[in-house]
Design a protein around this ligand. Structure first.
Ligand code: PQ2
Ligand code: NAD
Length: 195
């Protein structure tokens, strides 16, 4: 049983602290920016690998600070991702973030996470988040790849058209719910198989 509750965060309006600038931090920033290109991210790291610098280059909402982690960097942040190669520092980040009631992810360390980063599929306005409850990140990746392939790009046209149709509906809430349900019924109705 997976007890996690997924939410869709406006990370372009929230302040994210990422600690670390190595391989793992690069992967986390890559997936964060892939889904949320305007995410507001401050990165604090003793050094930055060239892969990380390449990824962050030219991204106006990503701020790099070359420094050791210090508690002061938690100020004004909503979410924290710890991705250093120093387990004691990662734990310190987690503890100090928790004292401030911040949500914290320690990369690849489920027992220290308040939330997990998931596999994410984006097709225009549609976004699907995938979690295996930390059991198999590789499966989350494979499912993401599968859904990216099978979901048509046109699914976004469907959403836009339905949104436009909804705007034309005059009537009370109940009427609109009924009309929207009727017009989308075909999406879930199974076609009758010819014998
Ligand atoms: C989905 C994704 C999102 C992202 O990273 O943004 C993600 N991991 C991804 C890939 C991936 N990560 C790892 C491998 C190598 C294979 C392997 O080792 O298993 C691969 C596969 C690859 O790279 O091919 C290593 C790894 N990861 C974790 C552990 C610890 C453990 O399992 O105990 C270890 C071992 C470390 C070690 O051995 O030391 C843990 C976590 N990784 C999570 C997320 C969270 C659970 C998500 C869920 O509920 O499924 C969680 C719990 C915490 C977190 O980090 O948030 C991203 C795919 C993105 C995409 O492609 O779409
Ligand atoms: N590389 C991988 O794919 C991988 C896979 C599984 C597990 N891991 C583990 O994950 C951890 C991180 O690995 P990595 O490959 O990203 O290491 P890395 O050497 O590429 O990067 C470590 C980063 O942590 C930063 N850092 C260390 N101490 C810091 C501090 N006090 N304040 C601020 N920044 C600090 C360094 O500046 C560096 O940028 C390691 O423990 C590694 O064994 C790595």
């Amino acid at each position: 049983m997976n007890h996690l509750y997924p939410i869709f965060l406006k990370v372009h309006e929230l302040n994210v602290l990422l600690v670390g600038g190595g391989f793992v931090a690069t992967e986390k920033l890559e997936f964060l920016l892939k889904s949320s290109p305007l995410a507001q991210v401050t990165v604090v790291s003793k050094f930055f690998r060239s892969e990380f610098l390449e990824l962050a280059h030219g991204k106006e909402t990503v701020t790099l600070i070359e420094d050791e982690y210090h508690e002061k960097y938690l100020r004004g942040k909503h979410i924290v991702i710890a991705a250093t190669d120093d387990k004691a520092v990662n734990r310190q980040i987690r503890n100090e973030a928790k004292e401030r009631f911040l949500l914290v992810n320690v990369a690849d360390t489920p027992e220290l996470c308040d939330f997990y980063l998931g596999g994410i599929v984006t097709k225009g306005n549609l976004k699907i988040a995938i979690s295996t409850n930390g059991k198999s990140p590789t499966t989350a990746k494979r499912l993401r790849q599968l859904l990216e392939e099978v979901l048509p790009e046109e699914i976004d046209d469907l959403l836009e058209n339905l949104n436009a149709y909804r705007a034309t509906l005059k009537g009370d809430f109940e009427y609109k719910v009924k009309a929207m349900n009727e017009i989308t019924e075909g999406l879930v109705k199974r076609e009758k198989q010819d014998a």
